[in-house]
Design a protein around this ligand. Sequence first.
Ligand SMILES: [Zn+2]
Length: 286
Amino acid sequence: MLRFLFAAGLALASQPVHCKTIPISQPEQKFIYCVEGMCSPLSNLFLHRLGIPLNTHHTCQHNNHYALTFDDGPSRNFKKVLDLLASEHIQATFFVVGQNLAALDQGGLQLLKQAYEAGHEIANHSYSHKDLTKQTPQDILQELGTTRDLILKILGDHEKTQFTSSIIRPPFGYTNFSVQELLEKNGYTVVRWNADRFDWRENQAVQRQIIIDRVMQQFEQIDLNLTEADNKSILDLNHDFSEATLTALPDMIKLIKARGYQFVTMTECLLGDAENERKRSGTKDH
Ligand SMILES: [Zn+2]
């Protein structure tokens, strides 16, 4: 089981983080968890017993939320993905790698700013994409803090960017209890996923249709395994460098919309109504 979980693909820095870590609200609530074409109904409590820390997010708060996320960029396909998302009027979240940000030219920096201004969120996927569970606490904080500082430097140091740059997806999804404790203590919110279609393995013949089939599979398994008391949200994992995902994206979006899901960014996914309530009341808790 552990191999199944981790095969799907989880461990700071110059400035202290001032955000609050968001706890899992219903640890025992079931959700669907898919790796390649294989899905199982799991819960955070179940995963916790297998060694994944309890406050690692795998889903959104709301049943009808779909968080579309892209890791490892910004890549050569970043603009193409942004154009596709714009044509569908939906926002996504990009978990970026710090060293990719450091290498951006003026055009790349401009594109990242445009993405942010279009409502997409830029979250943190470490600086050099190393397994955090194999690093020292100092190195972990350096990896995440440097990337966080880069995001703030490029997009501006705002309440919003402070929050999103502190949302961490550990490289490969590798995490453990000591990594989680360190990250929580430093104000980071840790996120994995509940649908990994292995689009990063496209050189092993993962093609567009396979990606589409796996999206359909996750919905079929929700219908078969979950009840109204369960969490039907999807927090997926894509890579913007993947040609398979790029070509599958328009049909993926149609399928997701046809199921009645609302596309959300990670902030909306994690905070649910709390974010809207916060905006309405004007309170600032990050
Ligand atoms: Zn990655």
